[in-house]
Design a protein around this ligand. Sequence first.
Ligand SMILES: [Zn+2]
Length: 432
Amino acid sequence: MLHIGLDDTDSVKGGCTTWLATEVIQELSEFDLVDYPRLVRLNPNVPWKTRGNGAVALTLGKGIGSKKLIGELDGKPFFIFEKSAEKKYDKEQILERVLDLIHKHSMPDSEPGVVISDSFLPEGLYWQGVSNIVTKDMLLESIEGTVSSGLRGSRGIFGAACSLAWSGSFSKVNGISHTWELIGYRNQDNWGTKRNIESSAVRKISNIETVFSCTDLDGKVAMVPNSPCPVLWGFRGTNKDKLIQNFDKLGPEIPSRWLLYKTNQATDDHLRSKEISKIKDGDSVNIEVSVTSKSTIIKGGHRFFEVQDKFNQTTNCAAFEPTKNFRHIVDKLEIGDLLIICGSVNNGTINLEKLRILSLVPRFLKPANPICVCGQRTHSSGKESYYRCKSCSKKYDRPEKVVASSGLELKWYEPPASSRRHLSTPISLMHY
Ligand SMILES: [Zn+2]
């Protein structure tokens, strides 16, 4: 089979590697798609990542047997075939044709890479790339037998190779091996202009079961990007057929292309369980901790608090302003609450992606001081001691503590979809 990996063709100024993949599919039209196109997100913490750090892998061959519609590019339907046969190709020639497209369409400040392979690459390369850093040695060992090239430094070869190493068949973290995204692309004339998608239509499709990350809880649209890229919207879910059946409800702007991707988004593949003493900048972790300080607010509305793991090692956690109401959950935490925290480590602080409350210490309201028979309010004579009236010196027992509600439940909490990481599993999909 012909496997093509692509990465790092876009930048904050525009472009999109998935759109370039649709160009590649059109260019190589003598081939059929014999597996789902794969959109693979890699370590969100690498310092040189492009916007979403997403690479694309295509598997091409000669399709046989029954076929299924998975995309439409400028009026032409594209199918995936149930079975496939080998089709002869020359890797060098394919590379030249793909590089031509990259020359034409990649952003000038990107460092694109392409890898052409006859097979999937070893899965270990993917796990390294999603949760850690792939070294040059690891890369060279993994891409032996492939042909690869790139532009302007070709950093994208790393991501392109990692995407060819992701099969989407395994889960290390929470049982979710893959999800789906149906991406709609804009007519080229519209690139850079405001996208015309009714929020009422988005709300309607966001209620479909198995669909996720269309809107924030407050109704804000999360599936329509604001960048000048070719993407009109990204429709995500765990059931691919529901996406194909419902995307045409989005409008009035309609996509000139759409394509279904199998993806590692929402799998939590980037998270690793670690002791606090072993975490380092760039890690994404899930750790069981107890809260050791109340949250403090700094300028800009960011929240910080301290936690400790079972080895009594402490670290700081942060919930930044874009996490919106998630910060109010953090504000309600008390010292002694037990949590599972998920997030990435930056400057020695864990930036929270979500948290699960395992147990809550009791909360108490401070009861009102008793009123003396003489009508004066009494005063406490010290911690755990009685109350005393200052005018007639009568003593009173401390009133019973009043149990207060924490305002929290033993469950997962997360920031809104629009500030969520692509790799982070939304809590609607968490099984526990
Ligand atoms: Zn009194």
